[in-house]
Design a binder for this molecule. Structure first.
Ligand code: MSP
Length: 658
């Protein structure tokens, strides 16, 4: 019976479009899954989406849709996560969404199980509370001691919550990390032990009551399960743990590998094993924490506006070239700097020059000198030279080295090994100079055929080991060198002389055309620009003033910082708010402003605003207004938007703006 191999990616947050960093992790997992399938393993490859939590709830609200509608669009909609994995040729066997009914029900049972065995208890979550926003914050989330959302003062508060006894498992988890090969690469172990376990593991808050988009705790309405508990157990529920949807838990669990990015290693190597210990289930065999793809040395993020779109790159350079680049360039356990230059350089050097040239030169020569089929007997050595033995030796030994690299999660090293052989084969062409041999076919024909056979055979072995990385291109390559299914198998990758002597060789399409760096970079820049513009709201700003104002006239305007003491709607007016302001003079100033459409009076109390105070007083709806508050205005999709100019509260009332 074949050996089972269960591997997972993290399940992705469907809060935004995924970028090249997310794609990196999934492509790596896919290459590993394909490699294991090639070796004959019974592979289960799981990926999915992590759809609950406050962030999704907030985003849905802002978009004016339900959370379910919001995630459905990002997961299943056009250009969504499922589309991206299809485009990238991801061969997952299963896809889980944490909003799937079977998962939700299983999570409720798991939560209850931990509660019943005494590992979950009710307590209170102490933190800071912003009343107007109804949000809990921790001390470290505050900005200058105030609510990070609205900037208002917060108060001490407690929220009833359930806690998981993480502290109880500290010793067992430490032993797991330090004394086994559970967490890889080894360099991540010290970080976990020194930063999180040694300072003392605190119990983990595992339920919330301040939002509702989550798995409800069925025995205590009002509580929803903490999103990481919900998310981590996907690896079990997707196999059928505590549900009837699937029936493979006994077969595939424990997972052989969880591939995860370095920032979520803590959840996977401390919290995850502790929860499994709590319910007495076997632990996954390994967690591998890979590095990040960086951009200009920093993290890619939507908020920074520096994300790289895998759709654009795949369309421009081909899916396989992109997959290959990701795996070939960046050592899997470390961070790597992404750049378009590096991508193009890698494609040109490895794929167009080394592999592409080997393939096109070899197939062209078989066509030119032998009409597409080598003569019988070409396998046997003819006028053997040292370079024959060296090439055959390297190609025959390649699979063993590759296997070691792949099994230690070093796909970049495995690819480096393959390309060393490809480069050796290109050198072999120069050494044997087939074009010179072809000048006297009668004397050298047999030697020439043998040389070309050696080249085809080397290409075949390398191509077999490249299947996990570039499945589609290798299929096309096998057609060009006439390799049938037997000649593409794992077994045949360690055997020399498998390709039939009379295989039909065809010089087909150029699989990896050379890219014009300058032109491609300019096109990418233009595509990124267009994408940025398309994502931006359609802004309209007021035309700039054509006429200059002289300095002395400008200086006559008296702008001051003012503090809002009171604010109310003006009776019978939909537009006006009446402000009582501290302008630093000791006497209250009243200003009326037509901004009721954009602000609620109670939200403005205490704010520091900017007013011009030396405009002549004027009456509005029978009330006097002494000055004008300054706002920023623009239009968005034809609708007028207004933002009152608010300045730092540290600025005292009456401060002159100049
Ligand atoms: N939902 C959680 C995972 C729960 S698993 C039980 C999550 N989702 S995520 O969408 O934010 O990230 C998914 C994966 O993408 C993580 O492993 C993360 O490290 C990875 N990456 C996100 N940006 C990345 C790079 N720039 N580079 C490499 N991987 C990156 O975390």
């Amino acid at each position: 019976m074949s050996k089972k191999f269960y591997i997972t990616t993290p399940i992705y947050y469907p809060s935004d479009k995924l970028h090249i960093g997310h794609t990196y992790c999934t492509v790596a997992t896919d290459a590993m899954a394909r490699y294991k399938r090639l070796t004959g393993c019974d592979v289960m490859f799981l990926t999915g989406t992590d759809e609950h939590g406050q962030k999704i709830e907030d985003k849905a609200k802002a978009a004016g849709v339900t959370p379910q509608e919001f995630v459905d669009k990002i997961v299943e909609g056009e250009g969504g996560i499922l589309d991206l994995w299809k485009l990238m040729n991801i061969s997952n066997d299963r896809f889980i969404r944490t909003t799937d009914d079977y998962h939700v029900e299983a999570i409720q049972k798991i939560f209850k199980k931990m509660y019943d065995n005494g590992d979950i208890y009710k307590g209170s979550y102490k933190g800071k509370y912003c009343k107007p926003c109804e949000s809990f914050w921790t001390e470290s989330q505050l900005v200058d001691g105030k609510c990070p959302d609205c900037g208002r003062p917060v108060e001490d508060a407690e929220e009833e919550a359930y806690f998981f006894r993480l502290s109880k498992y500290a010793d067992r988890v430490q032993h797991l990390l330090e004394d086994t090969d559970f967490l890889q690469p080894r360099s991540r172990v010290n970080e976990m032990v020194n930063n999180f376990i040694k300072p003392g593991l605190e119990d983990l808050c595992v339920s919330r009551t301040s939002f509702t988009w989550g798995v409800p705790v069925d025995f205590d309405p009002g509580h929803v399960v903490y999103v990481w508990v919900d998310a981590l157990f996907n690896y079990c529920t997707a196999m059928g743990f505590l549900n009837d949807k699937y029936d493979d838990y006994g077969h595939y669990w424990p997972a052989d590998y969880h591939f995860v990015g370095k920032e979520i290693v803590r959840f996977h190597s401390i919290i995850w094993p502790a929860m499994l210990m709590s319910i007495d289930e076997p632990l996954p065999k390994h967690v591998f924490g890979h590095g990040w793809l960086l951009l200009d040395g920093g993290k890619m993020s939507k908020s920074k506006g520096n994300v790289v779109d895998p759709y654009i790159l795949a369309e421009k350079f081909g899916v396989d070239a992109l997959r290959f680049f990701l795996m070939r360039t960046f050592p899997f356990g470390s961070d790597g700097n992404f750049s378009n230059e590096l991508l193009i350089q890698t494609i040109n050097t490895d794929l167009a020059n080394d592999l592409g040239n080997l393939l096109s030169r070899t197939t062209a020569m078989v066509g030119k000198y032998f009409g597409g089929t080598l003569p019988k007997g070409c396998k046997a050595a003819v006028a053997a030279q040292d370079c024959d033995a060296e090439l055959i030796g390297m190609a025959s030994a390649l699979r063993e080295q590759y296997e070691k690299d792949m099994d230690s999660c070093a796909p970049h090293t495995a690819l480096a090994d393959v390309f060393r052989v490809i480069q050796r084969a290109n050198k072999y062409i120069d050494e044997t100079a087939p074009w010179a041999l072809a000048k006297d076919m009668e004397a050298n024909g047999a030697r020439l055929a043998h040389v070309l056979y050696n080249l085809l055979e080397t290409t075949r072995i390398c191509a077999t080991l490249l299947i996990p990385f570039m499945p589609e291109s290798m299929e096309k390559l096998f057609v060009q060198i006439g390799a049938g299914a037997d000649a593409q198998s794992w077994e045949s990758a360690a055997a020399w002389g498998v390709l039939a002597e009379d295989a039909a060789i065809t010089k087909g399409e150029n699989l990896f055309p050379r890219i014009d760096m300058e032109k491609a970079l300019a096109e990418l820049e233009a595509a990124a620009d267009a994408a940025r513009k398309a994502a931006m709201p359609a802004l309209e700003i007021e035309p700039f003033a054509a006429e200059n104002v002289d300095f002395d006239t400008f200086c006559k305007s008296d702008f001051r910082a003012v503090k809002v003491k009171a604010c109310q709607n003006v009776k019978k007016s939909d537009k006006l708010l009446k402000f009582t302001l501290d302008d630093g003079s000791g006497t209250d100033r009243q200003i009326l402003s037509g901004i009721a459409k954009w602000y609620k009076p109670e939200d403005l109390i205490g704010k520091t605003l900017v007013a011009i105070i030396n405009l002549p007083p004027r009456k509005m709806m029978g009330q006097e207004s002494c000055g004008m508050l300054i706002s920023a205005v623009h239009k968005e999709k034809g609708e007028e938007k207004l933002h009152l100019l608010m300045v730092d509260d540290a600025i005292p009332a009456g401060a002159k703006l100049c």
